[in-house]
Design a binder for this molecule. Structure first.
Ligand code: GLV
Ligand code: MN
Ligand code: MN
Length: 411
């Protein structure tokens, strides 16, 4: 018989191709796209088979609920995200959801109810790969989203309001403080630490602080054959210099600080036209928030100087500012104990990648379990996880849920 961990991996694989992907020959599943709806339909079926009642919340997150012995008790939420980056790996996000489903399935098959309900939640927008926002759906659930943040348009000019959600009721996805016992997220590590340690699993201590900007440089579009070099206001050449400054300033810092320009669009985008406008994303992270903010200021100052020298106009819009998010110390101890309970050494590590857990920390205590991924590769189709490691993670999640139950009864 296939283990629950192997089935979780196989389900992620099944969702890695059309119709669960919006891209032929690879995986891209954007929030509220046809692939997103198809993946929700498949997931809803798996949730029902595992004994859950399924519903869609006002932010179009799919939720499966497994009642506990006391339906009025606050729920344990287990989740991760169903959306992906473009040309993604198959496990970043979905694996945590599938392992949540398998956790409930194991309880259901054993005829076991916890003293609290368990809800498995598949968040819709964590990556920010469709709309210029990220963690939109967990922010809605955590109650940290403001109505103005819903005024979003994707790269094809489709407004969020026309994309299949009701922006008038969107914020009612917020859960009331106190209604959620804890949030548990299992996720591939997306880095090389566990592999280097020879460990399948680790307890996450916290998530690095993130800043994300949308940067625009405006020059003058002109004829590539007739505009002499001194007369040009080339926004793309300016952006190239700006990107090198981003890299240099981040490299100057020998801590965990990282800065990335991940997407760039040059307009009008023709071989014979000097680019008049360039838009690019800027993502800056560190476990130390003040270090992150200091570097962000230095980077924005450097781009301002480059733009001034080149006669370009420059604007940077803050897309998000997520503070560093420590996981709950008591839940970390429970996770360590659950790992040790399966005969594996407990090991703690920090997350440089962002996760819905960092947003959910505003609502309730959070816990994260990292699962080794091959060569630390993620946000890449080569992403790979060993089904045996996923099975080990499932055992730990069940141990964690059991220990949370004991703590809950004792409290
Ligand atoms: C999500 O994958 C992020 O870290 O940006
Ligand atoms: Mn990701
Ligand atoms: Mn992820």
């Amino acid at each position: 018989m296939v283990s629950g961990g192997a089935r979780a991996v196989a389900r992620c694989d099944a969702l890695g191709v059309p119709p669960y992907s919006d891209m032929a020959g690879g995986l891209y599943r954007g929030y509220l796209t046809p692939a997103y709806a198809a993946a929700q339909a498949a997931l809803g079926g798996w949730m029902e088979e595992a004994g859950m009642a399924v519903y869609l919340d006002p932010a179009a997150n799919l939720v499966g609920r497994y009642e506990g012995t006391d339906p009025s008790a606050s729920a344990l939420l287990i989740g991760s995200h169903l959306d992906s980056v473009r040309n993604a790996g198959r496990y970043d996000g979905p694996l945590g959801i599938m392992l949540g489903v398998e956790s409930v399935d194991a309880l259901h098959r054993a005829g076991k109810r916890m003293p609290f309900p368990i809800e498995v939640i598949a968040f819709g927008d964590e990556e920010g790969s469709r709309f210029p926002a990220a963690m939109l759906t967990s922010r809605a659930v955590a109650g940290t989203l403001e109505a103005a943040a819903l005024d979003l348009t994707d790269g094809d000019g489709v407004a969020l309001a026309d994309a299949g959600v009701d922006v008038g009721t969107y914020l009612s996805a917020a859960r009331t403080p106190g209604s959620t016992l804890a949030y548990l997220e299992a996720h591939i590590e997306q880095g090389p630490v566990l592999e280097a340690q020879g460990l399948a699993l680790g307890t996450v201590t916290g998530i690095a602080a993130q800043l994300r900007y949308q940067v625009t440089l405006m020059g003058t579009a002109g004829h590539a054959g007739t505009t002499s070099m001194p007369l040009r206001r080339d926004a793309l050449a300016g952006a190239a210099e700006a990107m090198l400054a981003v890299e240099a300033l981040a490299r100057e810092d020998s801590s965990d600080l990282v800065a990335t320009v991940g997407r760039i669009d040059a307009l009008p985008g023709a071989a014979n036209v000097i680019p008049g406008e360039v838009r690019f994303t800027l993502d800056i992270r560190s476990g130390d928030q003040s270090r992150r903010d200091r570097t962000a200021e230095n980077i924005l100052d450097a781009i301002t100087s480059i733009a001034d020298r080149r006669g370009l106009d420059f604007a940077a819009t803050l897309v998000h500012d997520l503070p560093a998010s420590p996981c709950d110390p008591q839940l970390m101890d429970l996770m360590d104990a659950a790992i040790a309970g399966t005969g594996q050494p407990a090991f703690r590590l920090v997350s440089g990648a962002g996760h819905d857990a960092m947003v959910m920390a505003a609502l309730c205590p959070t816990a994260m379990l990292f699962i080794r991924c091959k060569d630390g590769i993620s946000h890449n189709p080569a992403e790979h996880v060993d089904p045996a490691d996923a099975q080990a993670a499932l055992q730990v999640m069940l141990g964690f849920i059991g220990k949370l139950g004991e703590t809950f009864v004792a409290a």
